[in-house]
Design a protein around this ligand. Structure first.
Ligand code: ADQ
Length: 492
């Protein structure tokens, strides 16, 4: 799929993300090629990339790999290399051992290490450098997620002509938690380098605005934050979504419909099929959910001869300690529940620790009567939206945690508090036993929301807002938050 392109033309639209949107494949003859990695972000941005002469800056996914930029599917890919040590310190360390738990309500304990921070800073500089080189005069740059929060400011210092957007895919925590971070001031100033800072929920945007007001003493008015230079930054919610139509079409296809029937059969043709689909992450509440289900089975509220629970979990961040522990805990819990409660014909819970192709996921969503989504905290959560998109028969029931960003939109779900095991048990029971009429009414409302607010609408609303930011003259420095903290008098 990829063609070599040594001559790199300046791009008018640049996406900057930790990972490139492609995976490397090697065929049987040893030839290397690149394949688009599945994901909503790529799907949504590809048309814009192709139209606007785009470039995507990101890490190719393997250590110590210095690759030249190349053309792919009508846009540029600009690989940023990371050493093995940087993967440990910047990615597994600061991104996933410090920021991830801190931003998810400290559901695991964040670790603060100066060498992790140093690597985070250095890698952010490298991303900013690579972006600066590929972005044409006055280009639009869209920086993605928590791994790259310093990039907006670093970029603005180097290239005041750029329009810079930033989107945070995970929650932004309340000030009471955020202020634990030894490098809190640098992170806030890093983000303020953007013209628009996008969050999943209004709550996240408000947390951020409040911090700039209270700790940096900046003036704010609703979404707008005025910087000492006079420039404004806007903190606003843009709830991300999925390619709803794409999922629906896939789910309605003959092979997926057949596979859904086959799946139910393989699971013993249960009367009720529960489903959980997650990355194996401690924020997703997998352990809590399975415990609640185990209790329902133990109490015979659910009869394991009539019901089945399919839980699939993609392996994730396996070198990070907390994730290894979770993997063991879930294995042990499933073993215990099945040992105590399953029978020869059917385990109470079928647990698959693996990643599946999109079509197989669509078959699972199609097959499941109840989808159980119970994060302790989640920026948005796309699984619940994918499930809804696949239910074109307007049947099925969604059990959803109040702590998922999606809860703000999917109000007709069976809402639960994942910290309250009784609430979870009640939600699952209600979803299972509710009248067909009620379920349909709820599902119709959920589907309306997901189909009218899909990934394309998300990207368009962010990019339209960014395009409306007053243009700057290429090459003429425009005032920014590049000012050191002392000049702003800021003390975060
Ligand atoms: P994630 O934490 O990865 O994303 P989520 O939004 O649920 O969480 O997305 C997971 C994706 O992985 C879904 O598209 C799902 O289909 C897929 N997936 C899950 N299990 C799988 C399996 N076993 N095999 C194959 N695919 C699987 C972060 C934030 C979220 C936010 C997204 C997007 O944590 O809150 O919604 O970014 O912004």
């Amino acid at each position: 799929m990829s063609e070599a392109a040594p001559q790199l033309q300046p791009a008018d639209f640049v996406v900057v993300a930790n990972r490139l949107p492609v995976d490397r494949t090697t065929d049987t003859g040893g030839a290397v090629a690149w394949r688009t990695s599945p994901g909503g972000l790529v799907t949504a941005l590809e048309p814009v990339m192709q139209e606007r002469h785009g470039a995507w800056v990101g890490w190719p996914g393997a250590p110590d790999e210095a690759l030249d930029p190349f053309d792919y599917d009508g846009y540029h890919l600009v690989p940023v290399p990371l050493s093995g040590q940087e993967i440990e310190d910047y990615y597994e360390g600061f991104s996933n051992g410090t920021l991830w738990p801190l931003y998810h309500d400290v559901v695991a304990k964040p670790e603060y290490h100066r060498e992790w921070w140093d690597a985070y800073h250095a890698v952010n500089e490298r991303f900013a450098e690579a972006t600066m080189r590929v972005a044409g005069p006055g280009a639009t740059v869209w920086v993605q997620d928590y791994q790259l929060q310093l990039v907006p400011q670093m970029l603005r210092r180097r290239r005041p002509d750029l329009r810079i957007g930033f989107f945070l895919h995970i929650p932004f925590p309340p000030i009471e938690l955020f202020q634990q971070l030894p490098w809190r001031r640098q992170i806030i100033e890093g983000l303020l380098g953007a013209d628009i800072i996008g969050f999943q929920t209004p709550g996240g945007a408000q947390n951020f605005t409040r911090i700039t007001r209270q700790r940096l003493k900046l003036e704010t008015h609703r979404e707008m934050i005025t910087l000492p230079s006079g420039r404004s930054a806007r903190a606003k919610a843009y709830p991300i979504s999925i390619d709803a139509k794409g999922f629906e079409t896939l789910a309605q296809s003959r092979p997926v419909q057949d596979r859904a029937r086959e799946l139910r059969h393989e699971l013993g043709d249960p009367e009720v099929l529960f489903l959980g689909v997650d990355r194996l992450d401690y924020t997703k509440g997998i352990y809590h959910r399975l415990r609640a289900y185990g209790e329902l089975v133990a109490e015979r509220v659910i009869d394991p001869r009539k019901a089945a629970f399919l839980q699939v979990a993609t392996p994730s961040r396996e070198r990070v300690e907390e994730y290894k522990r979770l993997r063991d805990d879930v294995n042990m819990l499933v073993g215990r529940i099945n040992g105590d409660l399953g029978d020869l014909r059917r385990p109470a819970i079928t647990y698959l620790h693996a990643s599946f192709p999109r079509a197989e996921l669509a078959a699972m969503y199609t097959a499941a009567d109840v989808c159980v989504v119970t994060p302790l905290r989640d920026g948005m959560n796309l699984v619940c939206k994918e499930y809804v998109a696949c239910r074109s028969g307007t049947d099925g029931a969604l059990v959803l945690s109040e702590f998922a960003g999606a809860a703000g939109e999917l109000r007709q779900a069976y809402m639960i508090n994942p910290y309250d095991i009784n609430s979870m048990k009640h939600g699952m029971t209600l979803a299972m036993n509710d009248t067909v009429q009620n379920k349909r009414r709820r599902m119709r409302a959920l589907r309306r929301q997901v189909f009218t607010h899909d990934i394309e609408a998300w990207a368009t609303s962010f990019l339209d807002d960014l395009a409306a930011v007053p243009a700057t003259t290429a090459g003429v420095p425009r005032p920014g938050v590049g000012a050191p903290a002392s000049r702003t008098g800021a003390q975060a």
